[in-house]
Write a protein that binds this ligand. Structure first.
Ligand code: NAD
Length: 353
């Protein structure tokens, strides 16, 4: 077995408090060793500042792992803002947020996340230049990251099918949970590849549209977990794979776009014990942050696309490594990410290994 360094605490935590705009939150820099800490800004309801800070710490660490495993010259960070309880001026709030990001002198780069939009980031960019997700000028990276995320997930599904089932995707059944930005793009790619789709989505008009367009079978929100399929692709919520779900799944592979798919690392072990291949989310869903990084760093769209298209190879490298070390894939991914965050040099995964 491999002996990895343990998870590290964040480098710094910055409390944000500006009563005049309603800004109340925290920026957490998990690591800046590989480059500026990049990660989106979440605006959400939290019962306390401590709860918001706890979420930010967890999310910042996740971004550091994802950026490191995607070979990006970026560290990981996250901003979490508490949704004001009374009506507020969004532009004022995000301009105040931008000032706070600017105070970090480029050590943190922000973008959209749950609850924030392109116009929020545009407001933040009025007071700060370390902002991405501002919309894509013609022929440049940026804009909606979801198609890029979906492409990386698709390539990971292809790689997982090849390894676990020794076959091309054509004719296989993939169960997709959630038909939002990522899930619906993914269905398009899978349909083109000749996959039979089974889908679940609470917004009935969206579900009906995707089912009709891609000849998918629609099932209930709970029933998707029991669907007999070769691949289960969670593209909605985090923590969908818990102890109970592991026992219900009738699949050979779990590979989807959602963040934090495993409720706990032990649930990943349970999947491995049941001989289900889990493709770690940090690797699989990095297409969006690659697009954001390209926008911020100034890469050409061709370079961004080439990096997203390497997602399948990155997954293959990780799975090879996990096999060699006798580790479940999620444990191998966590360990490698921690190792890379500690390594100041950029390098391909196999060199680090
Ligand atoms: P989204 O909000 O557009 O889509 C989520 C979808 O899941 C919605 O259509 C929602 O109705 C549906 N949903 C909610 N509860 C459900 C349930 N119980 N069963 C089935 N469907 C349910 O979000 P998105 O941008 O498509 O992101 C999806 C996931 O991927 C999230 O976990 C997100 O954090 C992750 N992710 C997204 C990106 C990106 O580029 N958008 C990048 C990395 C990770």
């Amino acid at each position: 077995m491999c002996d990895f360094v343990s998870a590290t605490p964040p480098e710094s935590v910055h409390v944000l408090h500006d009563p005049s705009s309603g800004l109340d939150g925290v920026i957490v820099l998990h690591s800046t060793r590989r480059g500026p800490a990049a990660g989106g800004c979440r605006l959400w309801t939290y019962s306390s500042g401590a709860e918001a800070a706890k979420d930010a710490v967890r999310l910042a660490e996740g971004m550091a792992y994802k950026n490191a495993l995607a070979d990006l010259p970026l560290g990981g960070g996250k901003a979490v803002l508490r949704l004001p309880p009374t009506p507020f001026d969004r532009r004022l709030l995000f301009k105040a947020f931008g000032r706070e990001v600017a105070r970090l002198g480029g050590n943190y780069v922000t973008a959209e996340d749950v609850g924030t939009t392109v116009s929020d980031m545009q407001a933040a960019s009025e007071t700060c230049r370390h902002v991405a997700g501002l919309g894509a000028p013609q022929g440049r990276p940026g804009g909606d990251p979801s198609p890029w995320t979906a492409l990386g997930v698709f390539l990971s599904i292809q790689e997982s099918a090849r390894r676990k089932l020794g076959a091309d995707l054509k004719g296989m059944t993939v169960a997709v949970q959630g038909l939002g930005n990522v899930g619906s793009h993914l269905c398009g790619l899978l349909h083109e590849a000749g996959v039979k789709l089974v889908v679940a989505e609470p917004r009935s008009h969206v579900a009906a549209k995707v089912a009709c367009r891609y000849e998918a079978t629609l099932v209930g929100l709970d029933a998707i977990l029991d669907t007999k399929c070769e691949i289960f692709a969670p593209c909605a919520l985090g923590a969908v794979i818990d102890e109970r779900a592991v026992m219900r799944l009738r699949t050979r592979v779990v590979c989807g776009g959602a963040n934090n798919v495993l409720a706990t690392d032990e649930d990943g072990d349970r999947l491995a014990d049941r001989d289900v291949l889990y493709a770690p989310d940090y690797i699989v869903n990095a297409g969006g942050i690659i697009n954001v990084a390209a926008e911020y760093i100034g890469w050409k769209i061709e370079e961004a696309e080439a990096r997203v298209r390497q997602t399948g190879r990155r997954l293959a490298d990780l799975l090879d490594f996990a096999e060699r070390k006798g580790l479940a894939p999620h444990r191998a991914a966590n360990g490698l990410a921690r190792q890379r965050i500690g390594a100041p040099q950029m390098g391909r995964m196999m060199e680090v290994v």
